[in-house]
Each structure stands twice: as structure tokens, then as C-alpha cells.
Design a protein around this ligand. Structure first.
Ligand SMILES: *Cc1c(COP(=O)(O)O)cnc(C)c1O
Length: 341
């Protein structure tokens, strides 16, 4: 059956006609020489919008996080990170493999945060037995959950008191900002004010084909630029891609509210199925736990009905630019059919 709705990830979007037009019109240069006007414009606009001095366009969020960690930490340093954080769990162990940076994972509280007492307890004393604890890394949104602004302020203050740098994996920063209500750029800036560096993905809900931007101080971005080159991320006429990201920054932020509304519609439509527990979504990700024998067959059954989802740890549906209410209702109908049989 052809795919009716693809809810595997918010990475599966196609560039819109307006985004393609922006790419087509983008002036280009060689970004390794610093000559690409479209890359420079995206970097300046992202830094400005998020309240940083400098920014760097990256091919992927993984490379962006890696270059941030490499810039904050030396060999034998340690970073504190969530047990389910992308940088720790989903990036192939890059910080350890390529940076000799030791991760210290911390169990998440149910709201996705890392308990302050646990952060504090994991900071190692200055003693030759221990790695040097250098950095606290948070993720927002984390598993689709928004870290409370008050928590960000407290975690940031704790890190500063203890002399730790602070990095945010903000792959879905703008989902958190939109969920906060009010002006999303203002909310994003407020979130970012608690960090020394922030990585933002443009290829997730923002709907660009490729790319992330790392923001930080001029000094940090200078170091990250060197690491990016070493990691093979120096791209040439990258303005073609930066133009798509810039279009997304200007036009696709506020509309994330539509993805959040569709996630709620999906979650509501799945209420009451036997043996199924649905987590109320805060943003664009719906997690569903299926009890017993029925769990293993869900993803293949949905696929047979043209609905794509993932089920690696838990059944997961993600809404995005290319999902509409009809697609969500089709997914609900397929789930109802499976659990009725
Ligand atoms: C997708 C994602 C990344 C990495 O992005 P890629 O571009 O796929 O490398 C990093 N962090 C989080 C939270 C993500 O969801």
C-alpha cells in the first residue's frame, strides 16, 4: 500500500515550493573561504534571533552537538547528560570516541529534567581519580517534553555556581518556544539565555532538507569552526541549504503550533483503546505504550494500512509540516482497526 501518512519523524518533510524558490534565488559562494552570503546571512540571523554573538551552519545536528562538546571539553573531561539524551544515546558515542570526553549519564525525572540534586551529586571533586567535570548538557524539547523555564534557570545557576559550561541540544528548541506561548522568538531567546551554546536543527519540525546551527560566543564558535573542518563539515556552496534553513527560520516557526494541535488530535483519537496507554503530548511527539502480545505487530500492521510510525523503545508518532488532519484521522482509524481485531 502506498504511504498515506508518515509519522516516523519530523525529519521526513519535503521542502515547500516557497522554500525551493528561496533556495533557487540564494546567492552562493565558497563557505570554506567564508564567502557564501547565504550561509553568512543565516548564521547572523540565527545568532541575532537567539541572542548569541556568533553562529555556525552545520551539516547535521549530530555534528553540531559534537563540535560543541569538543569546544567545551578537552580529553579526560566529563559532561553531565541525560540517560536518554540524543548526544549520549543516539549519536554513536561520538563525544567519547572522537573527543575522549567521558559522559556521565543522569536518569531523567518524569518531566524530562535532570534532578538538580543528581546533577550536583555527579560533579566530581578536583582529584586525580576523577575525570574533570566541565559541562552540563540539557535537551529541550526532550522526548517531546518542554523543560520548565524555572528549571532551566535553576539548572543554569547551579552549573554556573559549580563552574560548569552549559550546552543545550535544542534540536527542537522552537517546538519548546512555541509551546511556551507568546512570541516564539522571544521564548526561544529566553530559553537560550540560560546556555553558553545551543544547537538548533532546521531539518526537524522547521522543515528544511538539511542542516543545524550552533550558536555561542565568538571564541566558542571559532573553536567549533576548527572542529567542524576536522570532522569533514566544511561545505562549499552551502548557501543553497542555508537559504532553505533561513526560509524556515522566518516562516516555519509559528506554524509549529499546528503540529502540536495535530499531535493532540492524534492522542485524543487513541484514547480508550484496550491495553493502550497514550502520553498526552506537549509538542509534536506522541508516545504510546502497548501492553502484551499486541505490541510487536503494531508497526507492521500500520504500515500495511499506509501509516508509518516507529517502535524502537515505545510506539512513537511525530507530526510535522507534511501531516494534516486527514492523515492523523487515517492513523487513528488504522490503530482502531488493529486493536479491534
Ligand atoms: C535529530 C536530533 C539531533 C541530531 O540531528 P541530525 O541532524 O539527525 O544529526 C540531535 N538532537 C536531537 C534531540 C534530535 O532530535
Amino acid at each position: 500500500m502506498t504511504t498515506a501518512v508518515d509519522l516516523r519523524s519530523d525529519t521526513v518533510t519535503q521542502p515547500t515550493a516557497a522554500m525551493r524558490a528561496a533556495m533557487q534565488a540564494a546567492p552562493l559562494g565558497d563557505d570554506v573561504f567564508g564567502d557564501d552570503p547565504s550561509v553568512n546571512a543565516l548564521q547572523a540571523a540565527t545568532a541575532e534571533r537567539l541572542g548569541f554573538d556568533a553562529a555556525l551552519f552545520m551539516p547535521t545536528g549530530t555534528q553540531s552537538n559534537l563540535c560543541a562538546l569538543l569546544s567545551h571539553c578537552q580529553r579526560g573531561d566529563e559532561y553531565l547528560v541525560g540517560q536518554y539524551a540524543h548526544t549520549y544515546r543516539w549519536e554513536g558515542g561520538g563525544a567519547a570516541v572522537l573527543g575522549s570526553i567521558q559522559p556521565q549519564p543522569i536518569a531523567h525525572a518524569p518531566d524530562g529534567s535532570l534532578p538538580l540534586s543528581e546533577i550536583e551529586a555527579q560533579i566530581k571533586p578536583d582529584d586525580a581519580h576523577f575525570a574533570r567535570t566541565k559541562l552540563l548538557t540539557l535537551e529541550n524539547t526532550i522526548g517531546g517534553k518542554v523543560l520548565p523555564m524555572s528549571y532551566l534557570a535553576e539548572a543554569s545557576a547551579l552549573a554556573q555556581r559549580k563552574g560548569l559550561a552549559r550546552h543545550l541540544d535544542g534540536a527542537r528548541l522552537f517546538n519548546a518556544a512555541v509551546a511556551a506561548g507568546g512570541d516564539p522568538y522571544q521564548a526561544a531567546r529566553e530559553i537560550c539565555s540560560h546556555f553558553d551554546s545551543v544547537s538548533v536543527c532546521f531539518s526537524k519540525g522547521l522543515g528544511a532538507p538539511v542542516g543545524s546551527v550552533l550558536c555561542g560566543s565568538r571564541e566558542l564558535i571559532k573553536q567549533a569552526h576548527r572542529w567542524r573542518k576536522m570532522c569533514g563539515g566544511g561545505m562549499r556552496q552551502a548557501g543553497l541549504l542555508a537559504a532553505a534553513a533561513h526560509h524556515a527560520l522566518d516562516h516555519h516557526v509559528a506554524r509549529l503550533a499546528e503540529d502540536h494541535a495535530l499531535a493532540r488530535r492524534l492522542a485524543e483519537g487513541l484514547q480508550g483503546l484496550p491495553g493502550v496507554s497514550v502520553e498526552t503530548p506537549q509538542t509534536n511527539i506522541v508516545f504510546v505504550d502497548v501492553a502484551g502480545d499486541k505490541a510487536a505487530g503494531v508497526v507492521p500492521f500500520l504500515k500495511s494500512r499506509g501509516v508509518l510510525a516507529t517502535g524502537l523503545y515505545r510506539l512513537r508518532f511525530v507530526t510535522h509540516l507534511d501531516v494534516d488532519a486527514a492523515g492523523v484521522d487515517h492513523a487513528i482509524a488504522a490503530m482502531r482497526e488493529y486493536f479491534a481485531s
